[in-house]
Design a protein around this ligand. Structure first.
Ligand code: FMN
Length: 360
């Protein structure tokens, strides 16, 4: 993975990376402008399908295919963005929102244009008060600069983003539990079918996507599907933010192509097992995934599930973390701010919308 250039985290080291000024100075919103002014929604869906981008929220479902499931004769579409990130030891969505919120907003804008959704609900984990505040400010900035609102880039497309703070429950990360919670009800998954694409938020056709999935979209539109497929391994393409925590020497969130081995993640990027000890097992996918033994840590992820199921599945389970023990707190390599606080509970809510949403 020596020649890999970070894609999703490329702006993180730049001072003020959360501001529109910095984002635009580094080529931000060019992909959205291209999509809205030079492409039609079907063409955008086509390029995302061709890229074979798989959802980073956990199920790994092909993103373009999901968008293509929306009924052709629909009158209204909603986009629900899953920023609940409640899997223990995962924090890559938080970093994406805090450090480069405009990359995420641009991804949402293109996804909404492709799916003809003029309303997006951004469901942010309750404890992510810092991310919530940064997003509110970034949405206001984007709106003032004409990247959101009415007739964006004079394309005739409108988009409003409502930020909704989550309910503080793991199950609200499941897409239909999230939708129930967004509607102001108990976060309890719905029986499927109907799937959200047919009947989702407020009983309308809805797309649910993860933060990291959407952050990949501007890069695909800008650089093309073939570029995206040049990163990763067959059937699992593109860049990925891996979180490593627990009993390792350096607890990190590192961007690498999909298909990296557990061994490389631990030994190279996380500085090895704590105090040079021998690890017994790792939890590759948060609480929802089985433990993986060290003997499987050198296998590369492939599309062949029977050949290397354990190793490939953990690497493809996108928003998941990798912990050598049950997750402990992260160190200074991972910015603080994910713990629940009283301040979070009393955060000011500007312009309340449906079910506790706020709009800028
Ligand atoms: C119990 C449970 C918890 C989940 N938690 C999350 C979560 O925190 N964040 C997330 O993006 N997806 C989560 N998912 C997956 C979502 O249901 C959904 O597949 C995903 O948000 C779709 O986005 P994607 O296609 O972009 O990956 C969870 C699923 C289950 C079953």
């Amino acid at each position: 993975m020596a020649n890999f250039e970070p894609v999703l985290s490329r702006n993180w080291h730049v001072p003020g990376s959360h501001t529109l000024k910095v984002y635009e100075s580094r080529g931000g919103y060019k992909a959205a402008r291209k999509a809205l002014t030079q492409m039609d929604p079907d063409k955008v869906i086509g390029i995302v399908k061709d890229s074979e981008l798989r959802g980073r929220g956990g199920a790994g479902f092909p993103c373009g295919m999901k968008w293509g499931f929306l009924p052709k004769d629909r009158k209204q579409t909603f986009m629900c963005v899953n920023a609940d990130e409640s899997e223990p030891a995962t924090f890559n969505n938080r970093l994406l929102m805090e450090k480069d919120p405009h990359q995420f907003i641009e991804g949402m804008l293109i996804a909404c244009f492709a799916t003809k959704a003029s309303t997006a609900f951004l469901y942010v984990r309750f404890e992510y008060i810092n991310a919530y505040r940064i997003l509110e400010a970034a949405i206001a900035e984007a709106r003032a600069a004409g990247h959101l609102g009415r007739n964006i880039y004079e394309s005739g497309f409108d988009l409003e983003i409502w930020v909704h703070r989550g309910a503080g429950a793991y199950i609200c990360g499941e897409e239909t539990g999230l939708i129930e919670s967004l509607e102001g009800k108990r976060g309890w998954p719905r029986i499927k079918p109907p799937f959200p694409a047919v009947e989702g938020a407020f009983r309308k056709p809805t797309v649910v996507n993860n933060v990291e999935t959407l952050c990949c979209v501007p890069h695909i539109v800008e650089r093309g599907a073939e570029w995206f497929k040049s990163i990763g391994v067959p059937k699992s393409y593109g860049p990925k933010l891996y979180c490593v925590s627990g009993h390792v020497n350096k607890q990190v969130c590192v961007e690498l192509p999909l298909g990296v081995t557990c061994r490389e993640l631990i030994d190279v990027h996380a500085g090895g097992v704590w105090k040079g000890r021998k690890a017994k097992a790792a939890v590759p996918g948060g609480s929802a995934w089985a433990c993986s033994r060290p003997k499987s840590w050198t296998r590369r992820s492939t599309s062949n599930r029977s050949a290397s199921r354990a190793a490939s599945d953990w690497a493809r389970r996108p928003s998941r973390s990798w912990t050598t023990t049950p997750a402990s707190s992260t160190t200074s390599t991972t910015p603080a701010g994910s713990s629940p606080t009283r301040a979070a509970a009393s955060a000011p809510l500007a312009g309340r919308g449906p079910a506790g949403c706020t709009r800028r």
